[in-house]
Design a protein around this ligand. Structure first.
Ligand code: SF4
Length: 87
């Protein structure tokens, strides 16, 4: 399935999107988040850094919640789903 530039395909699975296109799609999504929803850059980097040190991180996905951590960390109101949250 071809990724259409600057459009979100709600019916695409990740397996249908080439890695480079997926990365562009993720960055575009994060860029378009409203400021009141979006985590500030320093807090975002702190969250991602904690995920990088976490045993539950696998290929960008949190094994507890199944979220791509870059998306989860980018939403201000989201939190780490661990029993003892890391962020
Ligand atoms: S969200 Fe929490 S549990 Fe999941 S990978 Fe990140 S630090 Fe680990």
């Amino acid at each position: 399935m071809e990724y259409v530039n600057k459009r979100i395909c709600k019916k695409c699975l990740l397996q249908d999107i080439a890695p480079e296109e997926y990365l562009k799609s993720m960055k575009s999504y994060l860029d378009r988040l409203d400021d009141e929803v979006k985590t500030g850059e320093s807090l975002y980097q702190k969250r991602i850094g904690l995920c990088l040190e976490c045993d539950y991180l696998a290929e960008g996905i949190c094994k507890i919640c199944g979220c791509f951590v870059e998306y989860r960390a980018a939403i201000k109101l989201r939190g780490c789903p661990a029993i003892h949250p890391k962020w």
